[in-house]
Design a protein around this ligand. Structure first.
Ligand code: ADP
Length: 228
């Protein structure tokens, strides 16, 4: 579960990015975070990942108050989250297989576990036949699948996706969304910040809309709701 309780974030230059926001995300939910540019979506995601800390209020993840974590406990928090970004962020000199296996190596997984798990997750994202290729040899949609495989290989409780379809054409974007839906149906909580109006409207998931640092709407089967 994720609980934001009266969370505000003011950056050092005085910009108030989030102003007293509260919401609860149950385990297994699929939630879109929408809102105009500058509304506070990225700040919200950074607070989740503990890249930034709240100025006031509590961010609670799986019953742990993230603000009270000691520095050496943060890696454990991060391990419970897989993250994908608009620009994929793959390692260009590593193969598809290595990009994914590396994520297991850095958390100290055994060679045996890696040999078992990497093919599983590559098969789940439909990339078994491309394991030996480099990212530059793949389409954008395929690169995002690699990023998803990497995000999921350590079985995180949460998948956080920051504009994951932003660099993809509409058809490929919908394929990635179907994959995210599958991943969610297998039990992973998915939180996706996006400007993709058509996708949000098609998926009929929970929508939390942020405007000027406050929650403007929180709807169970919501719509995008902006013209942009
Ligand atoms: P969004 O992701 O919805 O576009 P952001 O969370 O990036 O919104 O930004 C919210 C507000 O906080 C904006 O006014 C932005 O300029 C400001 N902001 C974001 N990051 C920083 C930062 N590191 N320092 C100062 N202001 C920031």
């Amino acid at each position: 579960m994720i609980l934001f309780s009266n969370v505000s974030k003011t950056y050092e230059n005085g910009t108030k990015a989030l102003d007293n926001i509260s919401f609860f995300i149950e385990r297994g939910e699929f939630v879109f975070i929408v809102g105009p540019s500058g509304a506070g979506k990225s700040t919200l995601i950074k607070l989740l990942m503990h890249e930034e800390t709240a100025t006031s209020g509590d961010v609670i993840i799986n019953n742990v108050n993230v603000g009270a974590l000691k520095q050496n406990q943060i890696p454990y928090l991060r391990r419970s989250m897989g993250v994908v970004f608009q620009d994929f962020r793959l390692l260009p000199k590593k193969t598809v297989y290595e990009n994914v296996s590396f994520a297991m190596e850095i958390v100290g997984a055994s060679k045996r576990a890696i040999r078992r798990q990497v093919p599983n997750v590559l098969s789940m994202v439909g990339l078994s036949s491309k394991a030996k290729m480099l990212p530059s040899q793949l389409s954008g949609g395929e690169q995002q699948r690699v990023a998803l495989a990497r995000a999921l290989v350590n079985n995180p409780a949460f998948l956080i996706a920051d504009e994951p379809t932003g660099n993809l054409n509409p058809k490929t974007a919908m394929e990635i969304m179907e994959l995210l839906d599958d991943i969610n149906k297998r039990g992973t909580t998915v939180i996706m910040a996006t400007h993709a109006k058509d996708i949000v409207n098609a998926m009929k998931k929970r929508v939390i809309a942020i405007e000027d640092g406050v929650i403007a709407r929180d709807e169970v089967r919501g719509v995008y709701g902006y013209e942009d």
